[in-house]
Design a protein around this ligand. Structure first.
Ligand SMILES: *Cc1c(COP(=O)(O)O)cnc(C)c1O
Ligand SMILES: [Zn+2]
Length: 429
């Protein structure tokens, strides 16, 4: 368990009781360390051992593919598997999800992989996968009576939180490290909430958020005090991939790792679909991708450790720059249990990964996407990823938000006068 979950004493919901059905089929919160159960509420750390809490569902859920496909074309089609009310689709929301699953034959050929897909989450409302987790956290925050939507962010969560709060008509307070990419500062500030640049790393920002959350009982920090609900939003990536593959699971996935929540919930989502009989419960190896400049989980994986030792991040992949990842140990569990791995790549490899995805598939991913593509390449080249197994990689953010990463490497082929002669003499034929 990381330090971030131990320092804040759990608080009760600001509004007290929640309305019946507020969390759909979600039944309780369970501690991931000791298994102790707590009622659904604004709790996020175990009252017995301070371990992180996770949403558990009723064990009598009956759900068909037809019910899902008849639902809205966004994450709310999976409402029965999320901690949200049945009428969630009628709440003001940014409505993320059902992003495209792109068959990546060009990239597959280049890497020597037989079947490869890119789940492209850059085409969510604020251009990253964070819209999914924020939408679920916002719903929970409303049901629990919180009045402010807040977060510490490595960049993408900032914009997702500010946009969702704007649409829901509530105040947002977003804290980011002050060295954030200018594009991410702008694409958060535009929504008009409170945006605070903090002199420190993300881990410093996170500590500050935990302190504020302890003082402000009616502020929901999406990834802190409503984290059990927030993290469930990432399951929708797994649900969509399975649905888009024609109701089956891929054999391998490569997922970027910051706090590690997304990776663990993709695995959880696949497991839930198998358990409900919506797909054959076939095995899926889960691989994690980090930047070498912030690779505490990959380091622990390589060393065979169960604990993740915090690091001070130094990488261009700022969206993944969490030195003390809350879900790090659970990422290790998932990678080891499924026969996957956690690997890291250098900033140079990240830039090359961005370029490779753009050049082969016409998809401009952000630095996190570069991490994932470069890690995919490294795992294939090293013989650790099966080139014959069907593989899905996640591009979780939009390259337009991390332009600086490629600014020095790409540009116009030539600048010429407006004449055919100039075109010819510049060697452009
Ligand atoms: C936040 C983020 C991730 C990883 O999220 P965790 O759940 O914290 O591991 C991946 N990609 C992008 C672009 C992100 O912004
Ligand atoms: Zn516990």
């Amino acid at each position: 368990m990381s330090a971030s979950t131990t320092t804040l004493v759990p608080t009760e919901s600001p509004a007290g009781a929640v309305r019946p059905g507020a969390f759909g089929n979600a039944a309780e919160l369970a501690c991931r360390e000791c298994g102790a159960r707590q009622p659904l509420g604004a709790l996020f750390a175990c009252l017995d051992c301070f371990g992180p809490l996770e949403v558990v569902y009723a064990d009598d859920i009956v759900l068909s593919r037809e019910q899902i496909t008849a639902g809205p074309h966004n994450i709310w089609r999976y409402q029965p598997l999320l901690p949200v009310p049945v009428d969630v689709a009628s709440f003001p929301s940014t409505e993320p999800g059902m992003t495209r699953l792109v068959r990546a034959d060009n990239l597959a050929r280049e890497l020597g992989i037989r079947t490869l897909w890119v789940k492209d989450d850059s085409n969510n409302p604020t251009h990253s996968f964070k819209d999914r987790v924020v939408a679920v956290a916002l719903t929970a925050a409303r049901e629990l009576g919180f009045r402010v939507l807040a977060c510490p962010s490595t960049g993408n969560l900032a914009g997702a939180t500010a946009a969702a709060a704007a649409r829901a008509g509530i105040r947002s307070v977003v804290l980011v490290p002050k060295d954030l990419e200018p594009q991410k500062v702008l694409t958060t500030a535009v929504y008009g909430g409170t945006l605070v640049c903090v002199d420190g790393t993300y881990d410093d920002v996170n500590r500050l958020a935990i302190e504020i959350a302890g003082e402000q009982a009616d502020w929901a920090f999406v990834n802190v005090n409503v984290r059990p609900y927030y993290s469930e939003g990432s399951k929708t990536l797994a649900f969509e991939v399975a649905e888009q593959l024609g109701w089956r699971l891929p054999e391998q996935v490569v997922v970027p790792v910051a706090s590690g929540s997304q990776l663990t919930k993709i695995d959880k989502g696949f497991g839930e679909l198998g358990g409900l009989g919506l797909v054959e419960p076939t095995p899926c190896r889960v691989f994690g991708a980090q930047a070498t400049g912030c690779s505490p989980v990959a380091t622990a994986f390589a060393a065979g450790h169960d604990v993740v030792r915090p690091v001070r991040p130094d990488t261009i992949a700022k969206s993944l720059a969490i030195g003390d990842p809350a879900d790090g140990p659970y990422v290790l569990d998932v990678a080891r249990r499924t026969g996957g791995a956690v690997e890291s790549v250098s900033d140079e490899e990240i830039r090359a990964g961005i370029a490779l995805l753009a050049r082969t598939e016409g998809i401009f991913g952000e630095t996190a996407g570069g991490v994932t593509i470069a890690t995919l390449k490294k795992l294939v080249d090293g013989g650790r990823l099966d080139p014959d197994a069907e593989t899905v990689v996640f591009n979780t953010g939009d390259g337009l938000k991390t332009l600086d990463a490629v600014a020095d490497a790409v540009g116009p082929t030539a600048t010429i006068a407006a004449s055919y002669d100039a075109f010819v003499s510049a060697g452009l034929l």
